[in-house]
Design a protein. Sequence first.
Length: 86
Amino acid sequence: MSAIVANDPAQPRWRQVCEAAVVELDPERLLKRIAEARTAVLEEMEDRLLGSSQAEGLALHDARDMLLILHDIARRDISEQQRTGT
């Protein structure tokens, strides 16, 4: 993904919400941001299925994969916080 620039109107919405997820530190809020970003990525993938450039398609797939990894990390962090009571 490109450099993180919050709310950059030049960036498509799916990139903005993915970047917001990447910088979110709170695991509970991260799960919400991931869900929002995942929806935006999947909608964009559907919209561009027939007409997207190869580069944009690869970026969307990379974003989807990154969101899956972030989701796993957030779930692990939440479990750890619950286990330790922090």
